[in-house]
Design a protein around this ligand. Structure first.
Ligand code: BG6
Length: 483
């Protein structure tokens, strides 16, 4: 299927996301000839930029961040699709001028009224922009209309519900595309086909043989310059409510049966609905929160969270989160899911590990064997590995051995490229739908309250480590360890 001619109305065109992700993604799609010929991008921002200055900024972004080298002979053709218009998004009357601008371009480029509104803006502005799009009539077009919103989607259950109510006054659920860039990662998108195309893998993942599932999203970076946002969000809102719970849903839904892309949405809801609630009084039994101290990350000394610029000296914010979850349905029954994420850890890695049950028959001393592991590496490298016990003929002993497959990611589309393409095409499979988002907030809400009321300790961990020791204890109590 091809993308139809459209206008891409980009709020936040002077911002960081546009520069780092959106322009390069559009450019890669352009080079791959996936964009329609009639394609208009109207960049909007507070600053008084000219079209030419806007073009120079886009060019700079492509030269810095695009996956492919800039093709000098077609660069201007690409840039010609872009125009800039200064806009105070809170000024209702300014949207009329914007409407004229969009319509003029639609006529000039022969674009039917297909409009994609992309809100790459401060979350506080999402409501007012949507309201003004609606009030000005900009979203009433003769073609299709879509709204793409970035995370965070609300800051708790109530604010997410309020935000959604506002959005649904202007757009139908089918027209709202909530970006979760973890759903754009190729390995996550390929989970379905991996199991579908490989019956061997599917039978390997026979749930009777699985001891636990571990999902890790560890980062080496600290809070960077985002303290104003991050100190209020914490790992729980920044990573868990969205990315990690989406990974839990995506992992759980593909087993044990083959499902089609159309079924993904409903299956995800089934999974998140079955996620056993953790009451706030019980949070301390199942959840570990942590904050990094000074330490060394990849051989470089770094300061602790409390010394980071913009972080209040007594901040109780979580930069690490780990939890034990249960998907309370007949399929997953007693198999625990362990999830963890944190900043300033020892490595950058997003992965899903299936740990298999140990051999019960005592022919071989248990301590000689490691559990078999199937690991799906999502990021930054991508691949599959299987850890087995292989006997070394010379020593008669077993040695853990990994069978490794790494995907060649050199020429691979990145998450934003895949997601922008889908949004322009009208395929919402890999976006977060309201029910999932709401159920994720419902599950998280008691934990937010437990954090707020300090019902569980805030552990610290040295930067460059694998996280607080308490997180190891969480698994030790079930005779497991993190992989
Ligand atoms: C973002 C978070 O959503 O995801 C960041 O706001 C985090 O804090 C980032 O660093 C991680 O994404 P990735 O793709 O690098 O794993």
């Amino acid at each position: 299927k091809d993308i139809q001619a459209l206008t891409f109305v980009l709020f936040g065109a002077t911002g960081d996301l546009a520069k780092r992700k959106l322009f390069p993604a559009l450019y890669n799609l352009f080079l791959a000839e996936k964009l329609p010929n009639s394609f208009s991008v109207i960049g909007l921002g507070r600053r008084e930029w000219s079209h030419e200055f806007f073009h120079s900024k886009i060019e700079e972004s492509l030269r810095t961040y695009a996956r492919k080298d800039v093709q000098e002979d077609s660069l201007q053709d690409f840039l010609n699709h872009f125009q800039y218009s200064p806009l105070d998004v809170t000024d209702k009357s300014a949207y009329k001028r914007l409407q004229t601008h969009i319509e003029d371009r639609e006529i000039e480029l022969n674009i039917p009224g297909n409009r994609l509104f992309y809100l790459a803006v401060d979350p506080n502005l999402v409501e007012v922009i949507t309201e003004n799009l609606h009030a000005s009539g900009l979203n009433q077009t003769s073609g299709w209309r879509r709204l793409v919103v970035e995370k965070p989607f609300g800051t708790d259950l109530k604010s997410a519900q309020q935000l959604n109510k506002k959005l649904s006054e202007a757009f139908d659920e089918m027209e709202i595309y909530r970006i979760d860039h973890y759903l754009g990662k190729p390995m996550v998108q390929n989970l379905a086909s991996l199991v579908f195309a490989n019956p061997a893998l599917a039978s390997l993942l026979d749930l009777k043989q699985i001891a636990n599932v571990q999902i890790t999203a560890s980062e080496t970076v600290g809070v960077e310059t985002r303290a104003a946002y991050y100190d209020n969000a914490g790992a729980i809102r920044d990573m868990v409510q969205n990315h990690l719970l989406q990974l839990v849903m995506m992992t759980a839904l593909h087993l044990p049966e083959n499902i089609t892309a159309e079924e993904i949405g409903n299956k995800k809801i089934e999974v998140i609905e079955s996620l056993k609630p953790i009451e706030k009084e019980d949070a301390h039994k199942h959840v570990i929160r942590g904050q990094y101290r000074a330490g060394e990350v990849l051989d470089t000394p770094v300061i602790g969270y409390l010394d980071e610029p913009g972080v209040p000296e007594n901040s109780m914010n979580d930069t690490y989160f780990a939890a034990r979850l249960h998907i309370d349905n007949p399929v997953w029954g007693e198999i625990p899911f362990y999830i963890r994420t944190g900043k300033r850890l020892d490595q950058k890695s997003t992965r899903i590990v299936f740990e298999f049950k140990k051999q019960k028959r005592a022919l071989i001393p248990a301590e000689e064997l490691v559990p078999n592991l199937l690991t799906l590496e999502i990021n930054p490298s991508e691949g599959i590995s299987l850890k087995l016990n292989i006997k070394e003929p010379s020593s008669e002993r077993f040695k853990p051995t990994c069978i490794n497959f790494k995907t060649n990611t050199d020429d691979q589309s990145d998450a934003y490229e895949l997601l922008l393409f889908d949004a322009m095409l009208g395929n919402a499979t890999f976006f977060a739908h309201w029910d999932e988002v709401e159920l994720s907030w419902k599950w998280i809400q008691p934990l937010l309250e437990a954090f707020e009321n300090n019902l569980l300790p805030l552990h610290t961990y040295p930067a460059g480590s694998t996280g607080p020791e308490a997180a190891d204890e969480l698994l030790k109590s079930n005779n497991f360890k993190w992989w």
